[in-house]
Design a protein around this ligand. Structure first.
Ligand code: CA
Ligand code: CA
Ligand code: CA
Length: 243
């Protein structure tokens, strides 16, 4: 009896491996924490249906964690976690760490933003840099490959902080002794800084989507808890009474 169970398990395992190999060979990507480091669900092809955009995992390390290899545009629908690959771009050389999406240049279609860790021609040291691409035509088209923002940053995300329906960059920047939050919006051919906070001792920031369309920023103050911030004209200030 034991022998029958063993053979049945073996057959099932073989069937699963066969299925796995078949799906992989046919251009599918298995989305799991083992295979990717970052994903975002957004319409990046301009058909009002979302795609799953992912960065596949490598074992290459940066000071900010493992970096990825490929930028993948995947069908949102999956079967057992397998998504059909629409496009795949090898960006390992740029050491990609995080993928985001938003319509930063206000042209009606979402850009894909990849936070990378690399050197730049006029700033030849490794640092985090914000890259923006258009992938709607099945190619990786550079929209803006930023060598830096105003100051070195430790993280950024895309969020509509001024309520105009389009995303801005919100970054946690390093100053000489502490940090500050800064927001940037698109102007003609690049980003300009719209607002900054006071210097703060922050651990990290996260986006909060708000029903009124004005995104807020949740700051982790460590032992002092959290504090929400918002854009007020040319300043990023704490939401009153929200600590
Ligand atoms: Ca789409
Ligand atoms: Ca756009
Ligand atoms: Ca906006």
């Amino acid at each position: 009896m034991k022998k029958i169970y063993f053979c049945a398990s073996l057959a099932l395992a073989a069937l699963f491996l066969f299925f796995l190999a078949k799906r992989l060979a046919r251009g599918y990507f298995w989305d799991s924490p083992l295979t990717r480091i970052s994903t975002v669900l957004a319409d990046v092809q301009g058909d009002d249906e979302p795609e799953l955009v992912a960065i596949s995992r490598t074992l290459g390390l940066t000071p900010y964690g493992f970096h990825g290899k490929s930028l993948l545009v995947l069908e949102d629908e999956s079967s057992w976690g397998f998504h059909r690959i629409i496009s795949e771009f090898d960006i390992e050389e740029a050491k990609p760490l995080k993928v985001m999406a938003g319509d930063v240049n206000r042209d009606g279609s979402n850009e894909v933003s990849v936070m990378v860790y690399k050197t730049a021609e006029f700033h030849p040291v490794f640092a985090l840099r914000p890259f923006f691409f258009n992938v709607s035509r099945g190619k990786l088209e550079a929209v803006w490959l930023g060598s830096r923002l105003s100051q070195p940053f430790v993280e950024y995300f895309l969020l509509d902080v001024n309520g105009d329906g389009f995303e801005e960059i919100v970054a946690l920047e390093e100053t000489r002794e502490s940090y500050l939050i800064a927001s940037y919006s698109w102007e003609s051919f690049g980003f300009v800084c719209d607002a900054r906070s006071e210097e703060l001792s922050l651990k990290s920031i996260a986006p909060i989507l708000s029903e009124d369309g004005f995104g807020r920023i949740l700051a982790d103050l460590g032992t002092e808890g959290t504090q929400e911030f918002f854009l007020d004209h040319d300043k990023i200030i704490p939401v009153p009474g929200n600590q």
